[in-house]
Design a protein around this ligand. Structure first.
Ligand SMILES: NC(=O)c1ccc[n+]([C@@H]2O[C@H](COP(=O)([O-])OP(=O)(O)OC[C@H]3O[C@@H](n4cnc5c(N)ncnc54)[C@H](O)[C@@H]3O)[C@@H](O)[C@H]2O)c1
Length: 329
């Protein structure tokens, strides 16, 4: 027997928390897994978990996916029919300092999830990839069919590796897999290492915000509620055999807003919402960074009838409202 519960890995993380909450709101049962690591303040992860734990259909497992035995035991115990795998070591910049953390969570951990799915009758694995797989591509918007074999960070390399690892398991074991290339997700309960959060911290502290490439960057900022909607639709949509993917039930989608924003415009919106002016420190381009991201979401629209579209001004306002409430500022 397979378990009716959906496994959401990285459930104490930004996207995993919101996805778990959405699935619970739809009446589903969720097992959330996380190792609660201290890449950023674990108190924020605990606070997210506290909200999830208030739901009777939620249970939590603290485990490290890089632990082969623990992961195999969990999958054998539950035999999850559906798995949403969002746990990973995220962050482009940190991958330059600590590549081993990425190998452990994103390569070994990912393989352990694939093995768990393979041996226990999983009928659909949805997993997080990233827009960073497009590297320094200049053809815009980024389309799923474009080349993605020139990553400019080790983080991106691990995300590309995940896509090809998933493809091989889909082909070999007929495991249905759906990969989601997320484009700069932001919103309430967001990630403290990402630009919007760092900027809000600095602006309120009167400290300079660091703008790389002198602020000349564009990002396809994607609001979290749009992402949870995409995941909730796709979790029930098992991909068909794809002739372009060795006839495997395997699919990759861009999950982006299809609307790149100038970084300076986003800073302006933050200043407006916070009622303070940012001290801007203009810096050169950083290794691993890309100039622009822009998602082609045609496939997503065609297959789900939905694509993210929350305007940035609305999303930034909601982020600031949450930030003020959470930090009492
Ligand atoms: N937020 C974005 O803009 C964005 C963009 C592209 C891709 N992604 C991907 O989406 C997924 C979710 O990202 P997020 O922004 O919520 O990040 P996050 O860091 O907030 O969440 C990831 C969670 O996974 C957990 N985790 C990490 N390694 C683990 C392991 N070995 N075992 C168990 N748990 C582990 C962490 O403790 C964390 O709570 C990640 O795969 C990330 O690479 C995110």
């Amino acid at each position: 027997m397979t378990d009716q519960a959906i496994l959401v890995t990285g459930a104490a993380g930004f996207i995993g928390f919101h996805v778990a909450r959405q699935l619970l709101a739809e009446g589903r049962t969720v097992v959330g897994l996380d190792n609660l690591n201290s890449y950023y303040d674990p108190a924020l992860k605990q606070a997210r978990l506290d909200l999830l734990r208030a739901e009777s259909r939620f249970s939590f497992v603290k485990a490290d996916l890089a632990d082969r035995g623990a992961t195999a035991a969990l999958f054998a115990r539950h035999r999850f029919a559906k798995v949403v795998h969002l746990a990973a070591q995220a962050g482009v910049r940190f991958s330059i300092e600590q590549p081993q953390a990425y190998a452990d969570s994103n390569l070994q951990g990912f393989l352990n999830v694939l093995e768990g799915c393979r041996h226990n009758g999983c009928r659909h694995l949805v997993y997080a990839s990233s827009s960073s797989v497009y590297g320094a591509n200049t053809k815009l918007p980024f389309a799923v069919q474009d080349r993605t074999d020139h990553p400019v960070s080790f983080y991106a390399a691990t995300k590309k590796a995940n896509e090809v690892m998933a493809q091989s398991y889909s082909h070999l074991y007929r495991l249905p897999v759906t990969g989601l290339r997320f484009f700069t997700i932001y919103g309430p309960w967001g990630r403290p290492d990402m630009a919007l959060f760092l900027f809000a911290n600095a602006i309120l502290a009167g400290e300079p915000i660091r703008l790389f490439n002198h602020g000349r960057m564009r990002r396809d900022f994607t609001y979290i509620d749009d992402v949870t909607r995409v995941v909730s639709k796709l979790v029930d949509r098992v991909p068909a055999d794809d002739p372009a993917a060795a006839n495997a039930p395997s699919k990759v989608y861009n999950v982006g807003n299809h609307h790149p924003e100038e970084l300076m415009h986003v800073v302006g919106l933050l200043e407006q919402e916070l009622g303070r002016t940012a001290v801007k420190q203009l810096l050169p381009m950083q290794p691993g960074d890309v100039l622009e991201t822009f998602a082609d979401v045609e496939d997503l629209m065609r297959d789900t009838g939905f694509a993210p579209s929350t305007p940035i001004a609305h999303g930034v306002r909601n982020f600031v409202t949450w930030y003020r409430d959470y930090f009492k500022v």
